[in-house]
Design a protein. Structure first.
Ligand SMILES: Cc1cc2nc3c(=O)[nH]c(=O)nc-3n(C[C@H](O)[C@H](O)[C@H](O)COP(=O)(O)OP(=O)(O)OC[C@H]3O[C@@H](n4cnc5c(N)ncnc54)[C@H](O)[C@@H]3O)c2cc1C
Ligand SMILES: NC(=O)c1ccc[n+]([C@@H]2O[C@H](COP(=O)([O-])OP(=O)(O)OC[C@H]3O[C@@H](n4cnc5c(N)ncnc54)[C@H](O)[C@@H]3O)[C@@H](O)[C@H]2O)c1
Ligand SMILES: Cc1cc2nc3c(=O)[nH]c(=O)nc-3n(C[C@H](O)[C@H](O)[C@H](O)COP(=O)(O)O)c2cc1C
Ligand SMILES: [Zn+2]
Lengths: 187, 103, 416, 1001
């Protein structure tokens, strides 16, 4: 029997930008990620076992401990849990839901970056068209949106901290673009 | 860049959306005539004035929804979900003179 | 007055006091044998050929604004005939033939400039599509040739041939007879020639209604300058076609979108031809005045506003700067929009309609300027004789019912 | 210090001297100068040549509206920038500028000879001539016209500078930071709004910067401005953007600003972008863009040294520069008196003020007289003298009947003119606002706005300074309230001094010269004279849009900022209509010319479009594979060994797969997880195939049409569970297939309980194909019996490989025994490493997309998008067998029933075997009936795919051919770009292993 295959991060070989104390960019740790699609009732049923109850308010994330559920659409949530046996967790979650739904493992489809620092919003606004002021995009807000020509999920986890999740093949583009947009903040 | 109001997410920039053509064009039954099928596939009001059209918040909540928008001013006047009652089309304001003159 | 160097010289001595109006400014008559709606290039050309080749003199062109002010006055003027399908090849090449001596025929210098149109290929798929066109065109007797990257560079020295760019250039299809012309002059030249043959060109005259008699046939037009009786109406209204056809109760397979274009500040000659890239979506040429004339794809929504979004222009110019990185420092002078009437198969409609006496020439979308003379020529025949010209025959409305599309878009996804 | 630099005053830093060159000549200027003010300080007025006649041109204004002072700036070979306005270029140490559109030199320009023929080169002359002989247009006339036209030269090298962009939102965007904009920003800020204040200038203050006499709230303008600017700058709610032009106003209060970040710096940091595009969505916009001074249209009004009066004042008060030593002031406006007074007080000889008006306001005249100035009412300029610089003005008396009475030639080295003020309504109009024409002031003013904006101050025609500031403050407060803030207090401002800006004249002034000969310019850059405009109207160009296009007036780089009103007045008069009836031409973006780089921004090089890479990309790169662009993906094309070219590599790869085994990265294929109780029914409706009976663990090749009946996409679909399908799509088609599915699910098939998730990137996919495929995988797979019977062709199993979960498909796009290993993407490389070891051990190879294409063509498998083109039905594409004819409905069923899709002589997919087996046709070549088809012959079809097949030792091709299946065995001819068409025999498209024996092992 062959040895177990090791993981290779989509960020391997990429240099993450940083601007002194104004911006740090780190890779979010490996995690279980699911796409949950179904009715709010299905989401509520899942919440009962998952921890955070997925929000029915648009564009809001709920979290409990190290688990989170991000509202992406009226029948779609993005679930995050610490790395582990994704299939087993999925089975136990699905078992708790009577409603028709889909719980699909996308742990490897998506990757995440954490942008932190007083210039994080500005660097994001270098290519994201949303209003990232605290009033328009408060802590706890989550949504799919764009970073230039790439689709991202943007989640504000703190006043100056954002988590950006996206499909792994875009890693080079997004890291490159963040670096380009961060450059002027060094001055 | 237009500001499109998604009935789920609120006002968001146009680039997050795809316009998906005239709204409320029902897919006829398979037994329909060639004319009816052509109407469904290709014929469009292409109205100058208020138009009901579909958009999809593709880089957002992913939903298709309907709007009423004016195709001359490009202004949106209503957004509504699939299956919701159609909001009324506002009366067309009389076009004033291009240049008003004061003395 | 015949235009020539000598008339110019004579007028120079006469302080240019003697130039007559280039076209008459008549009051609308109560009735005409036929009325063309829309004084764009296509409408004016139609009227001209109706008068010149079909002897119809009691005809009018009515225009809601100023003649040539529609898409004719706001397009990037690319002329070529290397389309894919035989029906399109015949139509566009017919136009290209007429372009050759149009200035002489109209006695108006339309500045047709056969600078060559180079369509770049960036992917293997592009190469396949380009070669398919070249083979098809050659068979049809339409010149179109394949250039390898080095030959492309020779033809356009400012081209970025770096193999490491995002979409490296793998070659291109060149039609040498393709080029550009002065858009305004085309409208003006046809207007002047048509007017001289007796065609009434009536500007500031918007059609508000199409009247039909008891049999359902067309009998007149309601306009902002009064009712005009006529038994034949040719609608040549580009972006506004749906609006007009609605007046006669005919629904069309058309959607009107904004299409933007822009020019740079004038520069000394730097760009010798026309370059189009379908994959990265932009096209460019340089006008006789020196401005770079640039365009790309439509905005995504239906609109009659003649403006569009900034992001469209951004994508147009990021593509241009990728191909020609020295142009980043060049500046945009003006950006505008037109209203293009797009059919599902991206081919025009030049046809009779279900309404007797009502004819329509539309659906040229993003690429009808090049067809202006040919379109007018075959549509004149259609309106004058009541039956489609041989070349126009496939371009019916019925094709959308039978499925006999002439799908230039599916085959190549090329605009203009 | 030169005679033209004042001893003191202005905003320049006198102790900071800068050197610069213009046309190679070294000069000195001061920090705070523009290139224009620095040149004027050195007595240089001649800076350029006009477009058509190459007439000498001098600096006319002090701002962005200048048409003449266009120069090229050179930092290095790649940083050459043409057509910059010297009036906006801030001086820096070492600046190198050059004049344009002249040869060999600015002072002696050969093309000035055009001017001699100017009586020929009237507007639109080119439409009337150059038509004979026909060939001369292309070879002789056009090249000459082109060479003479154009202004600066495009840079020759790629621009190394960077451009960035930023999206921002605010409550109130204030454009223009003159007294109106400053007070508006102040009020909005105080009322609690978030504010962006942008001004094109290097400093905030607008017209106040050129004002030395006014006081505001008892302070000097200087002191007042710096207090306000400081107050605003201290607030974290206000973003202050200098050197920032609002150039475009788009729908829904989306405004584009461009900030010039480094152009004014001698040695910019390379961390900084050259320009920054601010894309602002503002709740409320306040337009405070001021007014522009108009030239007067009089004979020979274009000589260098003739400039706007307020520009003369600005150069003096702001830059400490006297624009001349002896001035004639020619005005129809009150404000020029202030210029005359200021200049006189600075020591300039003001020869006289010639006022066109018969009765200029007494207070204005009295003040001038009190300062010792000579004022002549009812006076005009009938001409000027001078070569490269004005040397005298011909002042004439205007009689009551507009004839000219007494005339006098007055020496001067500068003429200051003022034809009145034009409110700057550009942005209001871009925002689709309506216009009001004020007949008294002869101005177009902003009417009802198109979006939430308001115009204030001079751009709305408010010229009184206190009134302007009160208007500004009120507007700022109101805008804050309208954007949902609490609002603030009312406040009144008082000022003393200010500028009287009344009066004005539109069109040609009275003169006694021959109007048919004299040149009175309207558009200086394009050499459009009053008589050109009259000629246009005479020739029937009566719409102002026609006049513009025929004469090119207003089409110059200033877009008519200074010329449009005069042109309009001249045209209106010639046509005999009122000005508002003739109307303005359309205002368009950009407000001032804006670099392409600003629009392109960061989208360049690798960031031009996302580069999507598979999890095994770097491995393939390390193996030396070149990549092919497919949609946004990079796919490994082939894997050359040392010394191999593409053909050799592909031949080897193809052989190896059929003899031993090959490994291929198929990760880019689109994948969609279709889940839900109605999943099978959904599949039935979306695909032409039937799905209900597909067993769990089995796969089927699916074809998707759109409702028009034409093939849209294809892919293998595996049934993972009763309610779960693993759907694959083409690489390029993945997003649009997903979109189409969502569309029908959300809006058409709303009765179905089905949920879609894209899993394209969840799975890395490694195809293992070839007789030894099973052997390669066997040692790595756990929990799946991959034996022939346990796992037949077209099946899927879940288990583990290399210790990680897999969805293992037994499918084949090569016609060999084959598997596609799906593993969670991060494991892709690890699993590939293990498979690669086994593959090498088995004597196999890695293969790329090219070999994949050849192998599938040997088997007659189509590629959607290559063998189909959006115009083919499933039957024509050779996959008619897939259609579930018994199904009640599916996408395309009704479309396929249309008459033309069922009619005869449609095309069909066939194979072609060239008679010369070595000859590989071009993909795209046409099929014809003979070797030398007549021009215009009908094409019977075309080649869709063609390759050299090393396995078959000959070429193979797939093609679309009319009635193709009925023609098997017939000979058709394939067109060639290099010679005659060549023969090929129509064949079955399956060239290799027709029976499929190799798959089923
Ligand atoms: C930005 C842009 C770039 C383009 N680039 C190219 C290119 O490079 N090459 C190319 O070949 N084509 C190009 N095109 C397309 C081309 O411009 C058009 O296909 C062509 O000009 C159409 O000519 P037309 O005479 O049919 O229409 P238009 O010139 O639009 O004329 C239609 C006329 O009908 C009038 N009208 C409408 N309604 C009424 C009414 N109710 N009563 C009276 N009159 C009415 C309108 O005012 C208008 O003048 C481009 C188009 C645009 C907008
Ligand atoms: N040119 C003038 O308007 C002018 C001249 C002399 C005196 N005044 C006095 O000033 C008062 C008017 O003040 P105001 O504030 O209305 O005008 P202003 O001219 O003082 O300020 C307008 C400002 O807008 C800026 N601007 C214009 N278009 C812009 C754009 N697209 N993007 C960015 N910035 C842009 C200009 O650079 C300028 O600084 C008058 O009442 C008069 O007393 C005005
Ligand atoms: C081929 C072409 C070249 C043009 N060149 C110029 C130019 O040099 N200067 C200019 O101001 N506008 C130029 N324009 C744009 C016109 O001014 C105008 O924007 C266009 O005709 C659309 O009309 P509108 O902007 O009035 O709606 C050009 C337009 C075309 C189609
Ligand atoms: Zn939404």
């Amino acid at each position: 029997m062959s040895e177990t295959a090791t993981r290779l991060s989509a960020f391997a070989g990429l240099t993450l930008p940083a601007v002194r104390n104004r911006l740090s960019v780190t890779v979010a740790p490996d995690a279980i990620r699911y796409s949950l699609r179904g009715s709010p009732a299905a989401a509520a049923a899942l919440g009962a076992v998952f921890g955070p109850v997925p929000s029915t308010t648009a564009c809001r994330a709920t979290s409990a401990g190290d688990r989170a559920a991000l509202w992406l659409g009226p029948d779609e949530w993005y679930l995050l849990a610490p790395d582990g046996d994704a299939a087993a967790l999925a089975a136990s979650l699905s078992a708790a839901i009577d409603e028709p739904h889909a719980l699909v493992d996308i742990s490897h489809r998506n990757v995440g970056l954490i942008l932190k620092g007083p210039r994080a919003a500005d660097v994001l606004n270098g290519a994201c068209p949303l209003d990232l002021s605290e009033t328009a995009f408060p802590v706890g807000m989550s949504t799919r949106t764009l970073y230039a020509k790439a689709e991202i999920i943007l989640w504000r986890t703190g006043l100056d901290t954002f988590r950006v999740e996206f499909w792994r093949s875009f890693a080079g583009y997004i890291v490159g673009l963040i670096a380009e947009n961060a450059r002027e903040h060094a001055v | 860049m237009l500001l499109v109001t998604c009935p789920y997410c609120g006002p968001r920039p146009e680039i997050e959306f795809r316009q998906a053509g005239e709204a409320h064009i029902a897919r006829p039954a398979i037994t329909c005539s060639d004319d009816e099928w052509a109407d469904f596939l290709y014929m469009r009001d292409n109205h100058k004035g208020y138009m009901r059209e579909r958009w999809r918040h593709v880089a957002g909540c992913g939903r298709f929804f309907n709007v009423v928008r004016h195709t001359v001013t490009d202004k949106f006047v209503a957004s509504y979900k699939v299956g919701e009652e159609k909001p009324a089309i506002p009366a067309e304001a009389a076009a004033g003179p291009r240049v008003e003159i004061v003395r | 007055m015949h235009f020539s160097f000598f008339s110019l010289l004579r007028q120079a001595f006469a302080k240019h006091e003697g130039w007559p109006r280039q076209w008459r400014d008549p009051e609308p008559k109560p009735a005409y044998d036929a009325v063309i709606v829309g004084a764009g290039g296509h409408g004016l050309a139609t009227a001209y050929y109706m008068a010149a080749e079909h002897g119809m003199r009691n005809i009018a062109v009515v225009e809601k604004g100023w003649l040539g002010g529609g898409n004719t006055g706001r397009n990037t003027t690319i002329i070529r005939s290397n389309y894919l399908w035989e029906e399109s090849e015949a139509l566009y090449d017919h136009a290209l033939d007429i372009w050759q001596d149009l200035s002489q025929v109209l006695n108006y210098n339309v500045m047709y400039s056969a600078r060559g149109v180079l369509m770049l290929a960036h992917t293997i798929h592009d190469v396949q599509v380009a070669k398919r066109h070249i083979h098809a065109n050659r068979l049809a007797g339409i010149e179109n040739e394949w250039l390898d990257p080095g030959q492309c560079k020779d033809f356009v020295p400012v081209l970025n041939l770096d193999p490491n760019i995002r979409y490296p250039i793998m070659g291109g299809a060149l039609q040498r007879k393709g080029g550009v012309a002065r858009h305004d002059a085309v409208a003006w030249g046809y207007a002047r020639a048509a007017s001289a043959l007796g065609v009434d060109i009536i500007q500031n005259c918007e059609v508000k209604g199409i009247r039909r008699d008891a049999s359902g046939a067309v009998c007149g037009l309601d306009t902002t300058r009064g009712m005009i009786a006529t038994k034949k109406v040719g609608v040549v209204a580009a972006g506004h076609t749906s609006v007009l056809m609605q007046m006669a109760g005919v629904r069309m397979p058309l959607e009107s979108y904004p299409l933007q274009a822009l020019v740079s500040e004038p520069l000394k000659p730097i760009f010798p031809c026309v370059v189009m890239s379908n994959t990265i979506h932009a096209y460019i040429s340089q006008s006789d005045k020196g401005d770079l004339v640039i365009g790309a794809g439509t905005d995504q929504y239906n609109s009659y506003s003649q403006t569009g979004g900034l992001h469209i222009t951004q994508h147009t110019l990021d593509a241009i700067c990728e191909l020609f990185p020295m142009f980043r420092r060049v500046r945009m002078l003006r950006n505008w929009g037109g209203i293009v009437d797009v059919t599902p198969d991206r081919s025009p409609i030049i046809a009779k309609t279900p309404v007797p006496g009502l004819f329509v020439n539309c659906g040229w979308g993003t690429g009808g300027f090049k067809a202006t003379p040919g379109s007018g020529h075959v549509f004149a025949h259609t309106v004058a004789t009541g039956e489609p010209h041989r070349i126009a025959a496939p371009f019916t409305i019925e094709r959308f019912k039978t499925g006999r599309l002439i799908d230039e878009a599916a085959a190549a996804a090329v605009a203009h | 210090m030169s005679r033209f630099r004042t001893e003191a005053g202005g905003r320049v830093k006198r102790d900071k001297v800068l050197s610069f060159t213009f046309d190679g000549v070294a000069y000195q200027g001061l920090t705070g100068d523009t290139l224009a003010s620095a040149l004027l300080a050195n007595g240089v007025h001649l800076v350029g040549r006009s477009f058509k006649y190459h007439r000498p041109r001098g600096i006319v204004t002090a701002g962005p509206e200048d048409q003449n002072a266009l120069i090229t700036l050179r930092r290095d070979a790649a940083r050459e920038t043409p057509n910059l306005r010297a009036t906006q270029v801030e001086l820096y140490q070492g600046l190198e500028a050059e004049s344009q559109n002249r040869w060999p030199s600015l002072k002696f320009d050969v093309n000035a000879i055009n001017g001699l023929a100017s009586s020929l080169f009237v507007s639109g002359f080119y439409y009337k001539t150059f038509m004979w002989p026909r060939s001369f247009w292309k070879n002789v006339y056009e090249p000459r016209i082109r060479a003479a036209a154009g202004l600066g030269k495009a840079p020759a090298k790629a621009d190394p500078d960077r451009y960035t962009s930023r999206y921002v939102h605010c409550d109130v965007l204030v454009i223009g930071a003159g007294p109106a904009g400053l007070t508006a920003a102040l009020a909005a800020k105080e009322a609690g709004a978030t504010v962006i204040l942008a001004d094109e200038g290097a400093e905030f203050g607008g017209s106040l910067l050129g004002d030395a006499v006014t006081t505001i709230e008892g302070k000097s303008t200087d002191a007042w401005m710096s207090d306000v600017v400081m107050n605003l700058a201290m607030s974290d709610k206000v973003r202050m953007l200098a050197r920032t032009t609002a150039f475009g106003y788009f729908a829904d209060n989306f405004v584009a600003l461009v900030e010039r970040v480094t152009d004014h710096l001698a040695a910019p940091s390379d961390a900084l972008p050259r320009e920054r595009l601010w894309q602002v969505r503002a709740k409320q916009v306040i337009l405070a863009t001021g007014a522009l001074e108009r030239p007067l249209v009089f004979p020979e009004n274009d000589r260098p040294g003739i400039m706007m009066a307020e520009a003369g004042r600005s150069f003096l008060n702001r830059y400490g520069v006297k624009v001349g030593l002896r001035a004639v002031v020619f005005t129809a406006t009150d404000s020029a008196y202030r210029a005359a007074i200021d200049l006189k007080q600075a020591g300039v000889d003001i020869q006289l003020i010639a006022d066109l008006r018969a009765r200029p306001p007494a207070d204005v005249v009295d003040e001038a007289l009190a300062c010792g100035l000579t004022v002549r009412a009812a006076s005009t300029l009938c001409g000027t003298q001078g070569g490269l610089r004005v040397s005298a003005a011909e002042v004439g008396e205007v009689n009551g009947d507009l004839t000219i009475g007494r005339k006098e030639v007055v020496d001067c080295d500068v003429v200051l003119m003022s034809g009145g003020w034009t409110p700057n309504i550009n942005l209001h109009s871009q925002s689709r606002g309506r216009l009001i024409y004020n007949e008294t002031t002869q101005n177009f003013l902003p009417g009802a706005p198109g979006y939430d904006n308001v115009s204030i101050g001079a751009c709305k025609g408010t010229y009184d300074l206190s009134a302007t500031m009160n208007e500004g403050y009120a507007a700022g407060e109101a805008a804050a309230r309208a954007s949902g803030r609490k609002g603030g207090m009312k406040k009144g401002f008082s000022s003393l001094g200010g500028l009287a800006m009344g009066g004005g004249h539109l069109g040609v002034v009275p003169h006694d010269r021959d109007p048919g000969r004299v040149k009175a310019f309207v558009d200086f850059q394009h050499d459009v004279t009053a008589k050109d405009i009259k000629l246009a109207t005479r020739e029937g160009f009566q719409s102002i849009e026609h006049v513009k296009r025929f004469t090119t007036t207003g089409m110059a780089t200033d877009q008519g900022k200074t010329s449009n009103m005069n042109a309009l007045a001249i045209a209106a008069k010639a046509i005999g209509k009122a000005i508002p009836e003739v109307g303005l031409t359309t205002f368009r973006l950009p407000y001032t010319p804006t670099t392409f780089g600003n629009f392109a921004g960061t989208a360049r090089g690798d960031l031009f479009d996302p580069i999507r890479k598979t999890p095994m990309h770097d491995w393939a790169a390390a193996q030396g594979a070149p990549f092919e662009n497919v949609a946004l993906w990079k796919r490994a094309w082939y894997f050359p060994k040392a010394g191999e070219d593409m053909h050799a590599a592909v031949n080897r790869e193809c052989k190896t797969v059929r003899t031993t085994v090959g490994m291929f990265d198929a990760s880019t294929l689109g994948k969609i997880e279709v889940v839900g109780p109605d999943a099978a029914e959904f599949m039935n409706r979306m695909y032409v195939n039937p799905w209900t009976k597909l067993e769990i663990g089995r796969c089927r090749y699916g074809i998707m049409c759109r409702d028009d009946g034409f093939v849209y996409d294809d892919g293998v679909v595996g049934r993972m569970a009763a309610d779960r399908f693993h759907v694959t799509t083409t690489t390029g088609g993945a997003p649009r297939v997903m979109n189409l599915m969502e569309d029908y699910l959300q809006t058409e098939f709303t009765d179905l309980k089905v949920f879609l998730t894209s899993t394209t990137e969840q799975w890395a996919v490694i195809a293992v194909q070839g007789p030894k495929a099973r052997e390669v995988l066997a040692p790595l797979v756990e929990g799946i019996d991959i034996g022939k019977d346990a796992m037949p062709h077209m099946s899927v199993r879940e288990g583990r490989i290399c210790g990680v979960p897999t969805r293992l498909f037994r499918i084949s796009f090569t016609g060999e025994l084959g598997f596609e290993v799906n593993v969670p993407a991060d494991y892709g490389q690890g699993v590939l490493d293990a498979i690669w070891r086994e593959v090498r051990e088995a004597g196999g190879c890695a293969y790329g997309t090219e070999a994949m294409h050849v192998l599938r063509a040997e088997k007659g498998y189509i590629i959607v998008g290559q063998d189909t083109d959006g115009t083919l039905t499933p039957d024509e594409a050779g996959v008619g067998w897939a259609v579930g004819k018994a199904k009640a409905d599916f996408l395309g069923k009704r479309g396929l029933m249309r008459p033309d899709l069922t009619g005869p002589s449609r095309k069909q997919l066939i194979g072609l075997l060239t008679v010369d087996p070595k000859r590989v046709p071009d993909e795209g070549a046409q099929l014809v009936a003979s070797a030398a088809p007549a021009k215009g012959s009908h094409a019977l079809g075309h080649v869709t795919s063609a390759y050299w097949s090393e396995n078959l030792g000959r070429s193979i091709a797939m093609a679309q051919l009319e009635n193709g299946r009925a023609r098997l065995g017939e000979t058709v001819y394939i067109t060639s770009l290099t010679g005659a068409a060549f023969p090929a025999v129509v064949a079955d498209p399956i060239f290799y292993d027709k029976a499929g024996a190799r798959i089923d092992v």
